[in-house]
Design a protein. Structure first.
Length: 122
């Protein structure tokens, strides 16, 4: 898998993941473009049952959840591994609207999520 960073699949098995061809369909693009997005750090992939997949919660009907790519960038700049990013995005936090950072992003609370991601760097 030429240069595509993959996180450990630390997600609960109840969390839906989409294989890359399905991600391409959701985004209205090619599988190669999805692979490039993974290499560029715009999304995070896991390997489930031998197949590269992306958490379904990363998408809304019109594309990637707003603020997700920026949050991934902030976490990467802070030295987090892909697995640590995934764990943080899906870990319950009762002080956030939506109860997890990914759900807060999905409900338009991206500023608060990015602020917390930046604060973790220090």
């Amino acid at each position: 898998m030429s240069g595509i960073p993959v996180a450990e699949d630390i997600l609960d098995t109840a969390i839906a993941v989409l294989p890359l061809p399905e991600v391409a369909t959701v985004l209205g693009t090619s599988t190669n473009k999805v692979r490039q997005m993974l290499r560029d750090g715009q999304l995070i992939a896991v390997r489930r049952r031998g197949e590269l997949c992306v958490p379904g919660d990363f998408f809304v009907k019109d594309g990637v959840v707003k603020g997700l790519t920026g949050t991934i960038t902030v976490l990467a700049d802070s030295g987090y591994s892909r697995t640590e990013m995934l764990r943080w995005l899906f870990t319950a936090d009762d002080t956030l609207p939506g109860s997890t950072p990914i759900n807060a992003l999905r409900t338009s609370h991206g500023t608060e999520v990015k602020r917390r991601a930046q604060a973790m760097a220090f």
